[in-house]
Design a protein around this ligand. Structure first.
Ligand SMILES: Cc1cc2nc3c(=O)[nH]c(=O)nc-3n(C[C@H](O)[C@H](O)[C@H](O)COP(=O)(O)OP(=O)(O)OC[C@H]3O[C@@H](n4cnc5c(N)ncnc54)[C@H](O)[C@@H]3O)c2cc1C
Length: 399
């Protein structure tokens, strides 16, 4: 029996098969198919009934996904809406009200609406609570002005998770409020930022008196820091340990394939290093699997920071090895024209692209230095950094 629902694993398989019998995957338009899958509770089975799930254990998702894949079902393109699925959805589930959950989660899961994250600013990255984008209440609406930066996929997003300062007269962590903002509305301007890879996956976003209805506020006024922390915890798990990965997936995959197919590149020294990296990648994969199983029982905690930290270090080391293994070919870059990619792609293209893209892995989703601080303080219980803002109003701090 699964969870409290009285549904066995074979009942669950039966349920998927019954669904497939009435929704022939190859004849039903993709959007209709995915809408119906959500309504049947077979989208993310650990979500509550009525919100795309059945209230089952998260580990059972694999059972459902395998059945749908075997039937040639279209899927919801999770790589196109990574921030939506990995960060917006758990935040909306934890802090959104029932109306927001009903309005947003279905189109989020089907990727009809893409989400982005509007946290970082030119003057606030690691010290996120120092952000200065203002949200001023005006009746049933909020008026937002300011600038965000490094906003991945903002150019494709319908909604953004926005953290803004609603009260400058209290200590900085207490003056923040969290919203979902319509990225296509007036007063929101998205401009591309080109990265070292040549692509522009991310953007800067300017708000000029953009209006957000109060019903799109997520959590209480002044509770933005608490809600944002839920998003950040989910972000680290989503980057570092997002889904079940088979052995030799991730960055080690293309390296192992090159090693097998190009024996002329092998040397004894490279062999030793490859073995070391392979073992580390496998340990990280198994540790991520364990983390996902822990997550089945509760919300992400600071342990996700360790998974993300290891993910970044290994990606950088393995992609460096990848370049070295390719010899002179590794220095050739395949394509430096400006693209607006559909999603972040850590493992695609050639070794040069993977090497350059991996540089960002220790910055995005919290820098490795910040994650080490979190592990030191919240996992190991070491003394924290001195906090300057304890009793000081934000507006009185030097800027
Ligand atoms: C590819 C990519 C995608 C991104 N996508 C998004 C997105 O979609 N939405 C979004 O909001 N943001 C996004 N970001 C921004 C990212 O979250 C920030 O870059 C990150 O939090 C660091 O902030 P910063 O760049 O302002 O650097 P800073 O905070 O200025 O840090 C500079 C350096 O100082 C170090 N440092 C700072 N404080 C400390 C400390 N207390 N102890 C030790 N070292 C410290 C940092 O580790 C870093 O090395 C993205 C970044 C990248 C690279």
């Amino acid at each position: 029996m699964l969870g409290n629902t009285g549904l066995s694993e074979s009942d669950l398989r039966e349920r998927v098969r019954a669904f497939l019998a009435t929704h022939e995957p190859r004849q039903t338009p993709k959007q209709d198919f995915n809408n119906a899958r959500f309504d049947a509770g077979l989208a993310w089975v650990h979500y509550p009934e009525g919100l795309g799930g059945l209230g089952l254990s998260r580990t059972l998702q694999a059972v459902v996904d395998a059945e749908f894949a075997a039937a040639g079902a279209p899927g919801n393109d999770p790589e196109r809406n990574g921030i939506g699925l990995g960060m917006a959805a758990p935040t909306i589930l934890a802090y959104g009200d029932a109306g927001q959950q009903q309005r947003w989660l279905r189109k989020l899961w089907t990727a009809e609406e893409i989400w982005c994250q509007l946290f970082s600013e030119p003057g606030a990255g690691s010290d996120l609570a120092a952000l200065s984008t203002r949200a001023v209440r005006d009746g049933d609406e909020w008026v937002v002005s300011g600038q965000k930066v490094w906003t991945s996929q903002a150019h494709r997003a319908k909604y953004g998770l926005l953290l803004a300062r609603s009260n400058p007269d209290v200590p900085k962590h207490q003056g923040l409020t969290y919203f979902a903002v319509d990225m296509t509305g007036p007063g929101v301007e998205v401009r591309p930022l080109r990265q070292i890879t040549g692509e522009a996956e991310f953007n800067e976003v300017f708000f000029t008196d953009a209006r957000i209805p109060d019903r799109d506020r997520i959590g209480g006024v002044g509770d933005g820091w608490k809600v944002a922390n839920a998003t950040l915890m989910s972000e680290r798990v989503s980057i570092g340990a997002s889904r079940a990965m088979p052995r030799e997936s991730g960055m080690i995959g293309p390296v192992a394939r090159t090693w097998r197919s190009r024996p002329e590149l092998r040397t004894r020294g490279l062999h030793d290093r490859l073995l070391q990296l392979w073992v580390e990648a496998e340990v990280a994969r198994l540790a991520s699997e364990q983390l996902r199983q822990q997550l089945a029982a509760g919300k992400p905690g600071p342990e996700g920071s360790a998974a993300k930290l290891v993910f970044a270090r290994l990606n950088q080391e393995i992609s460096g090895f990848d370049i070295e293994l390719a010899g002179a070919d590794g220095l050739r870059y395949d394509d430096w024209t400006m693209h607006r990619p559909e999603s972040a792609n850590f493992y695609g293209r050639g070794p040069g692209y993977r090497y350059l893209r991996a540089r960002a892995n220790s910055i995005e989703g919290g820098t490795s230095e910040i994650l080490r601080n979190i592990i030191a303080e919240r996992v190991l219980g070491l003394p924290g950094e001195p906090r300057v803002d304890k009793d000081v109003a934000w507006k009185d701090l030097p800027r």
